[in-house]
Design a protein around this ligand. Sequence first.
Ligand SMILES: *Cc1c(COP(=O)(O)O)cnc(C)c1O
Length: 361
Amino acid sequence: MSEEGYELNYVKEAFQTNWISPLGPNVDEFEKAFAIKIGTKSAVALSSGTASIHMALKAAGVGRGDIVFCSSLTFSATANPIIYQNAIPVFIDSDLETWNMCPYALEKAFQKYPNVKAVLVVHLYGLSANLDRIMEICDKYKVPLIEDAAESLGTLYKGKHTGTFGDYGIFSFNGNKIITTSGGGMLVSNNEERIKKVKFWSTQSKDPARFYQHSELGFNYRMSNVVAGIGRGQLKVLDQRIQKKKSIFEFYTHELSGLDGIEFMPINEWNEPNYWLSCITLNDRVKPLDLIEALESNNIEARHVWKPMHMQPFYKNYDYVGSDISKQLFEKGICLPSDTKMTHEDLGRVVDTIKRLWYQV
Ligand SMILES: *Cc1c(COP(=O)(O)O)cnc(C)c1O
């Protein structure tokens, strides 16, 4: 069946059985299939990855005034829910081996803030963080670990899915992610009790009473049954997508690694990425903006690597532990066009434009 075929069937089913409501069989089935696919005990489908991070923090007991260690090099959606919970982020630098949270900086942060409440680690661009080291540190200090795997669905760390190592893992199905439901998220955990609690909070915290009674603050964060139908279909094509993403990355490395001063994102031996985006860093000769503009003039969109949170105006008053690795990655990094719908010709135009610019300067 074509990619769209699966989704349309499930969505049609939702219409035919009058389940155009929040919840319903597609939601249950999507959660079950997702949990089996990545190897976790329980999952709750929510309205976004951001909502999933918010619920993970709440489930981990993060509240007003608590400190949360958070990867600095990430999208703002990772950090914002810390503020929703009136907690205090402390941003942690990256390392060059993973582009993700640096274990040395994390250890240093623990020495400075031993009363930290949770660690929120990101697996950027489908690359896995150094989970053995990070988990070792979290275990030592007995602090819960939350994995933001919004960009790394399908990425394996030593053969096991990212998002299943920490106490909580979150995923996103936003429009630009490796699989999408137009918008949505998933929170997973082996702690079934906590996932049950999140189901309660995310459907307005309705007490089991004959009338509307609420003993706790509620949220309207559940995924709808129609959206979950799209998710069930998309999950079936995840492996195909990863294969395609990988072939895009391999095409770029084959064509571009000969160019002096271009470095590709790190693929470690323990890291089996989903290759969500193909990212590179440039040396000082060519600036990311020059390359982005050269591609733009050929109608090709490329983007900067995320600007670290500790450099964001909104977060400038929060502490940061590390050196300037995340800043360097931001200043030198580019995400190349990596859409699975790109043709061989499209990819050829990208590398031709880059090569032309490279030999010009
Ligand atoms: C996309 C993304 C999110 C947020 O997911 P949404 O579903 O868009 O709310 C969180 N963290 C990272 C790293 C992301 O890339």
